[in-house]
Every structure is written in structure tokens, then in C-alpha cells.
Design a protein around this ligand. Structure first.
Ligand SMILES: *[C@@H]1O[C@H](CO)[C@@H](O)[C@H](O)[C@H]1NC(C)=O
Length: 179
């Protein structure tokens, strides 16, 4: 009885911590299906939207794009349909881009390389709005230097995650000794 109430308390604490901190998830774009961000195979032109539909994205989750001689752009709905933008909301061509999904709603990703988007290198990501109401600040999509910040936040989350696991292990051991 005594130990099970300690256990319950421990879990309540852990879940409160998780909820308060809003642990974010890092996604590898095309994970397990493509070799990163590239022109899809002819027989599977919708590979990125299929991948995105299989995942649930929340605010502050990150997308990691790995690519060669290519680029990542975030564009508007209509630019997505046209596969082009004179002034993308976000642009990166470093080959390694971490993008923070910093608001709920839709993000439109396309390749900036001529012809690639037309061949299916594009993706719509829907970010769920569970914890906070939608923000009406449409155009403040991450600037290129947000990349570093997101890595930092992912590391923080990893540290907190590790700490929580440690807490569980230590907690279970203490309970083990008490019983
Ligand atoms: C997302 O991250 C920002 C900056 O770290 C933070 O202020 C905000 O509360 C976070 N939002 C959610 C829903 O976790």
C-alpha cells in the first residue's frame, strides 16, 4: 500500500513535469522511406505527404532535413501549388536543416531547385493545436538562425528526458528497498 502510493506520486510528478515542459519531438524527414530530402522515386511521387500524414506534429517539434545540392523552402499555400516562390518565408541550402514548427497550422515545404518540386519534392505539414490557441502571426515563420536554437532546445529536452528516466530508476530502486 505504502509503496504503491509513492509510485503513484512519482508518476504524477513525472507527468506534470512532462506536461509543463511540453517535451518536443525531433522528426527526420522521410525517415525510413527516403534518403533524406530528395526528389522522390517516380513510382512514389507523394512520398513526403504520405510520410507527413503518418506523423503527429505539435508546436515546437522539429523537422530535420538532410540533403545534397538541394534546398528547403517554406512557402505559402498558393506558392506550394505553383511550386515556386520569389520570396520564400524560409530558405536554407546548407544540406542539414532543422526547422522548428513554431506555431499550429499548416507549413508548406518545397525544394528550391528548379524542377524538383514539380517532381514531388514537396510536403505539407499540419501542426496540431492542442496546448494553446492559434496565434495569428502568420508570417513569423522561423528565420534561418532559428536552426541553432532548435538544436539547443532538443538538447535540453534530451537532458530533461534523461533526468526523468533517472528519477524513475532511482524511485523504483528506493521502493524496492522499502518493500
Ligand atoms: C515553444 O517554444 C517557445 C520557446 O522556447 C516557448 O516560449 C513556447 O511556450 C513553446 N510552446 C509550446 C506549445 O510548447
Amino acid at each position: 500500500m505504502y509503496s504503491s502510493s509513492i509510485l503513484s506520486l512519482l508518476f504524477v510528478c513525472i507527468f506534470s513535469l512532462l506536461i509543463l515542459h511540453g517535451v518536443s519531438t525531433g522528426f527526420e524527414v522521410g525517415d525510413g522511406i527516403t534518403k533524406g530530402w530528395e526528389v522522390p522515386a517516380l513510382k512514389h511521387p507523394k512520398v513526403y505527404n504520405d510520410w507527413a500524414e503518418k506523423n503527429r506534429f505539435k508546436v515546437n517539434d522539429t523537422l530535420h532535413f538532410k540533403y545534397k545540392k538541394d534546398s528547403v523552402m517554406v512557402v505559402t499555400d498558393s506558392e506550394y501549388s505553383k511550386c515556386g516562390s520569389p520570396q520564400p518565408l524560409f530558405f536554407a541550402n546548407t544540406g542539414d536543416t532543422t526547422f522548428v514548427l513554431d506555431r499550429p497550422g499548416l507549413f508548406y515545404f518545397v525544394s528550391g531547385v528548379a524542377g524538383h518540386c514539380q517532381r514531388g519534392q514537396k510536403m505539407i505539414v499540419k501542426v496540431l493545436d492542442v496546448e494553446s490557441p492559434p496565434q495569428q502571426s502568420g508570417d513569423d515563420t522561423a528565420a534561418p538562425d532559428t536552426d541553432k536554437k532548435s538544436d539547443a532546445s532538443r538538447n535540453t529536452n534530451a537532458i530533461i528526458g534523461g533526468f526523468i528516466i533517472l528519477l524513475i530508476v532511482v524511485g523504483l530502486n528506493i521502493i524496492g528497498f522499502l518493500v
